[in-house]
Every structure is written in C-alpha cells, then in structure tokens.
Write a protein that binds this ligand. Structure first.
Ligand SMILES: NC(=O)c1ccc[n+]([C@@H]2O[C@H](COP(=O)([O-])OP(=O)(O)OC[C@H]3O[C@@H](n4cnc5c(N)ncnc54)[C@H](O)[C@@H]3O)[C@@H](O)[C@H]2O)c1
Ligand SMILES: O=P(O)(O)OC[C@H](O)CO
Length: 331
C-alpha cells in the first residue's frame, strides 16, 4: 500500500519505519534541511536518533509529492502534535483524499475539540477517517518490539485498511467504532501521567501512584461518558492500557514533565529541555475548562493545571488532593 506520514517527529518516524516493512512509505516533515539530511543519512537524527530508515521509506519535505502518494487507494497518516493537526489539514484541503488517519492525543487548546471534530470541520465527512491510538512508545516501536494499537473509526473499510497496512507479528492492530472513547482516553492519560510524575518525584510511593491512576481512570470515564464515549473502551488499550504505560514508563515525556515539576523546575525550562511535545500540558487547560462547562468533577486534572499554570507548588497539589472529603468510591 502507498502510505504518507505527515509529521516527522518521534512517533511519525517510528510508525513510518514499522509500516515500511510491507508498504511504500513517504515520511514528510516541514523542515527541508532536516528531511534532506534524514534521506541521506537514513536516520531522523533530531527526533528519533539511532533507528535506521528502511530502504522503502523516503524522507521528504515536498508536500505535493507526499500528498499525491496518498491519493486513490493510498493512506494519509497525520503524525503531528494536536496543535499541528488543523494547519496540516488546511494544507491538505485541495487534494482529493479518501483515507485519513491521525495519531495525536489531546484536545485542541483553543476550541477544546477532539481531533476527529477538527478533522470533520476541515475535511468534511465524505472521507474515511480514524484515530490510531494505544500504548506505544516510539523508541520501542522503531526497535520492532511488540506493541498493540487500536484504530477507531466509524468506517469498517478504513479499519480494515489500517489493519492490512500495519498488522503484523510486532504490531497488532485492533478495531473500534468508539472514536470519542478512544480519543478521550488518549488525551486525559497524558494529564494523569504528569500527576503521577509529580507524585513519584516527591517520593510518595507506589500506593499513591496506583490511587492516582485509578481515580484518574474515573476522571477519564466521566469526561468520555459526557461526550458520548463508552465505558468498555476505557478498559481497553487506549484507556487503561495507555494510562498504565504513560503513568509508569520512564520513556513518557508527560511523566518526565511531572518528575521535573516535582524538582521545582519551571515549566518553560522543562518544555525547552524536553525537545518534544508533552501533550498533557496544553490539554490540562482545555480539559479543566471543558469539565467546568460540563459540570464534571476532575480534581486531578484541576490539580495538574494548578501546578502548570497557577504557580501551585507540586507538594501543595498533592496536599489539596489528599485533603478532599471522604466519599463513596465511584467510577
Ligand atoms: N512519541 C510517542 O511515543 C507517541 C506515541 C503515540 C502517540 N504520540 C502522539 O503523537 C503526536 C506526535 O508525537 P511525537 O512524539 O511525534 O512528537 P514530537 O514532538 O517528537 O514531534 C512532533 C512533530 O509534529 C510536527 N508538527 C507540529 N506542528 C506541525 C505543523 N503545523 N506542520 C507540520 N508539522 C508539524 C513537528 O515538526 C514535529 O516533527 C502527539 O500527539 C503524541 O501524543 C506519540
Ligand atoms: O511520551 P508521552 O508521554 O507523550 O506518551 C507517548 C505515548 O502516548 C504513549 O502511548
């Protein structure tokens, strides 16, 4: 299959490497010098150093070439951050695309929309569209270690197409029609990974981490249910699966943000040192506001937003959570 991956960050590059095992792949990035260097050196030295690009993966900054490759029966995969999704979609509008998948996890900050809503606004509902999500650190996928993902779409045809393109011994692809549930799980787990990073950085122990993750799952459920997602989706790869990975795995950029906040570092310095997007940062503000509008209780999300944007100290964030009144346990 002909596949174009738009966005040559860590995850776009890793997935492109994996897909190139049985597809003809173009990896497009907006930085021409970086893409030329990647094509020659056969490595994305800035975003995913140490992982060779296979022979049938072409790195390019030529947008027209990349889009034409994905027309007809081809597949377009948008691998930018959430903030890059709408600008990229606007660039794509003049091409008669049929099949579009995105990988970003979060809510758009300014509109508080989920990625599938942004895609619908920009490309309409005549295309086949879906979110590919689940517990997946780029470095492990690029290494060929086992990983399982979920393609979420209202189109069975698109789900089958993604399975055909990507499913193999190292990458298992499951399907779901619960796009909202899949996207809310992927978005909110990043905020919760910041919270567990803070707790672990303060040395609060494994019991505290398990409690934060479990009560965090309840927050995901409340928001997902309010937006039309299904509880069963949260029990799967894109819910509890990705929550476990991101809250406990030291490769997580969101968890690293939490650990650094616990050290007392400023958010500006943390973001600068990270060099990659940590979606939980932008998402925390959007989800806090959305929860407020929907009258949903999301105390962990509130607490994370407080540390990120309201100068609440990391230890005070934890104290606020622990001083909440006793209540019945509910999901
Ligand atoms: N890294 C992972 O392990 C991983 C795994 C699964 C999902 N994700 C999700 O995938 C998305 C991308 O993550 P990443 O790890 O590749 O981030 P990254 O920071 O490594 O790269 C982000 C990429 O997006 C590109 N980009 C942003 N705005 C753009 C625009 N307007 N036009 C063109 N390109 C633009 C940047 O140039 C960069 O190449 C995030 O939403 C992340 O949550 C990441
Ligand atoms: O490194 P993070 O925290 O952006 O997480 C990466 C993936 O979303 C994990 O599934």
């Amino acid at each position: 299959m002909k596949i174009t991956v738009l966005g040559a960050g860590a995850w776009g590059t890793a997935l492109a490497i994996s897909l190139a095992a049985k597809n003809q792949v173009i990896l497009w990035g907006r930085n021409q010098a970086a893409m030329e260097a990647a094509q020659v050196a056969r490595e994305n030295q800035h975003y995913l150093p140490g992982f060779p690009l296979p022979a049938n993966l072409q790195a390019s900054a030529d947008f027209d070439l990349a889009l034409r490759h994905a027309l007809d029966d081809g597949l377009l995969i948008i691998a930018s951050s959430v903030s890059g999704l709408r600008p990229i979609l606007q660039q794509c509008k003049s091409y008669p695309l049929k099949n579009v998948v995105w990988l970003c996890k979060g809510f758009e900050e300014s509109t508080r929309l989920l990625p599938h809503q942004v895609v619908k606004q920009e490309l309409g509902d005549q295309i086949l569209a879906g979110a590919l999500s689940g517990p997946s650190f780029a470095q492990e996928v690029a290494q060929g270690l086992p990983c399982a993902l979920t393609i979420a779409s209202s189109s069975n045809t698109l789900c089958r197409m993604v399975v055909d393109a990507a499913h193999g011994p190292n990458l298992r692809i499951y399907s779901s029609d619960d796009v909202v549930g899949v996207e809310v799980g992927g978005a909110v787990k990043n905020i919760l990974a910041i919270a567990t990073g803070v707790a672990d950085g303060l040395g609060l122990g494994l019991n505290a981490r398990a409690a934060l993750m479990t009560r965090g799952l309840a927050e995901i459920n409340r928001l997902s249910t309010a937006l039309g997602g299904r509880l069963e989706t949260l029990m799967g790869l894109t819910g509890v699966g990705d929550l476990i990975l991101t809250c406990t795995g030291n490769l997580s950029r969101n968890r690293k943000v939490g650990l650094a906040l616990a050290e007392g570092k400023s958010l500006d310095l943390i973001v600068q040192e990270l060099g990659h997007v940590a979606e939980g940062v932008r998402c925390a503000q959007a989800v806090k506001a959305l929860a407020h509008d929907l009258r949903i209780e999301m105390p962990i999300t509130d607490a994370v937003a407080g540390v990120l944007f309201e100068q609440v100290a990391a230890r005070e964030m934890i104290e606020r959570l622990l001083s909440r009144d006793a209540k019945a346990e509910s999901i």
